[in-house]
Design a protein around this ligand. Structure first.
Ligand code: AMP
Length: 400
């Protein structure tokens, strides 16, 4: 079956067409500046060059129509008609407590996703627009919703409750939800597979280190804790997000800088993390590693602070699971950035594991970084959220 995977933002739409039998990506692309002047589409057929061009997209329905045009284009396309698309898988950011797994989309599911919008006001409405646009352009094609939060719904109350008055959980559902669930699930599953073990036998710490970053404790196949919280702002220091900090800072900064609470939160989301720590130099770890190698001390400190936070979470989750068998690194930084992994290596030796500098040079591939005989296996497992969404979608469609 050919599955179209859609990841819809407020003004963007990312897509991949995946053949579920071969698990090959047939084509992929990105529509940008939807509804804004200068909208454009970048499309790439497997093995072909990336082609970027201007395209009129006044709304997401226009964008979906362009995606279909590109996929069926005689030169750059990969299918002869829309009818070749067997199903659509939608990445949905927030499923609240309602969604503990992926589901086929119907009217009731749409309503429930909409009810979760209060928890993710920037993301869920955009995700819903993506679904409705696809339904308009592809009526009758089965569609699945795959949630970033669902994998973490197995967390116990002691991990998901904040130390706040319980009434706020009861009234507003303020609690830890966690994100990147599709990736934490995919990577922990694959790590066990590579080691020839059942995931249910293992205690795995997954470090999803991308521009957004989170760590999870996957104990015997279930997520029991994760570093992101009510929103993706909590936990690790990220590309532009602060991660954990004293909540009193929000009030303090609001007063000192004459900002509203939401303006301070905006700073914490967009101008903080390694970007903020490096004095605005860059949120891209390649730039920071280069700058640090050239002697830039703030860039060096930003990378050290980033790695230190990851190290602290690994220690915490080893305690949460009463031990750890596998530490898996994934996503842009986790898969590719040898400098950051080497910095993290300083904090994991006490667990009985190591990162071999030779193996650590390998980028973007499945590799075991620890030494033969180490008590804990440390490894790199490239994530593939789109493939995970396609697999979930096919499983649901075939079960109908
Ligand atoms: P993601 O959000 O997973 O796409 O990750 C984006 C981050 O991965 C960026 O900060 C990049 O600096 C980092 N990254 C991607 N490719 C490389 C690479 N080849 N070497 C070092 N860092 C990389």
């Amino acid at each position: 079956m050919k599955v179209l995977v859609i990841n819809c933002g407020s003004s963007s739409l990312k897509y991949q067409l995946i053949d579920s039998e071969s698990e090959e990506v047939l084509a992929k692309g990105l529509c940008e500046r939807i509804g804004i002047e200068g909208s454009c589409v970048t499309h790439q057929k497997a093995g072909g060059p990336k082609k970027k061009e201007e395209a009129d997209m006044s709304d997401h329905t226009d964008a979906v129509k362009i995606v279909i045009e590109k996929l069926t284009d005689p030169a750059d396309g990969v299918i002869d008609s829309l009818s070749r698309i067997g199903a659509v898988g939608h990445r949905i950011v927030h499923g609240g407590e309602r969604f503990k797994g992926s589901v086929l989309i119907d009217g009731e599911v749409l309503e429930a996703i909409s009810q979760c919008s209060a928890l993710a006001p920037l993301h869920n409405p955009a995700n819903l627009i993506g679904i409705r646009s696809c339904q308009q352009v592809m009526p009758g094609v089965p569609m699945a919703a795959v949630f970033d939060t669902a994998f973490h719904q197995t967390m116990p109350a002691k991990a998901y409750l904040y130390g706040l008055p319980l009434e706020y959980y009861e009234k507003y559902k303020i609690r830890r939800y966690g994100f990147h669930g599709t990736s934490h699930d995919f990577v922990s599953r694959r790590a066990a597979q590579i080691l020839g073990k059942k995931r249910e036998e293992l205690r795995i710490i997954v470090c999803h280190l991308g521009n957004g970053a989170s760590v999870s404790a996957v104990c015997h196949g279930k997520s029991i804790d994760t570093s992101m919280g009510l929103t993706p702002l909590e936990g690790l220091i990220m590309g532009t997000r602060s991660g954990d900090m004293d909540p009193a800072i929000v009030g303090f900064l609001a007063e000192k800088e004459d900002m509203s609470a939401s303006e301070v939160i905006n700073v914490c989301n967009k101008r903080s993390g390694v970007l903020g720590l490096s004095g605005g130099l860059s949120s891209d770890f390649r730039d920071l590693a280069q700058a640090a190698a050239d002697g830039n001390k703030t860039a060096e400190t930003a990378l050290e602070a980033y790695a230190y936070r990851v190290g602290k979470y690994i220690g915490a989750y080893a305690a949460a699971m009463n031990g750890v068998d596998v530490i898996a690194f994934t996503a842009g930084v986790g898969e590719n950035n040898a400098e950051v992994r080497q910095l993290i290596a300083q904090y994991i030796g006490f667990l009985g594991t190591s990162i071999d500098p030779g193996k650590n040079r390998i980028r973007g591939e499945e590799v075991i970084l620890s030494a033969e005989g180490d008590r804990v296996v440390t490894m790199v497992v490239p994530t593939d959220e789109e493939l995970a969404i396609a697999r979930e979608t096919v499983a649901l469609v075939e079960k109908r």
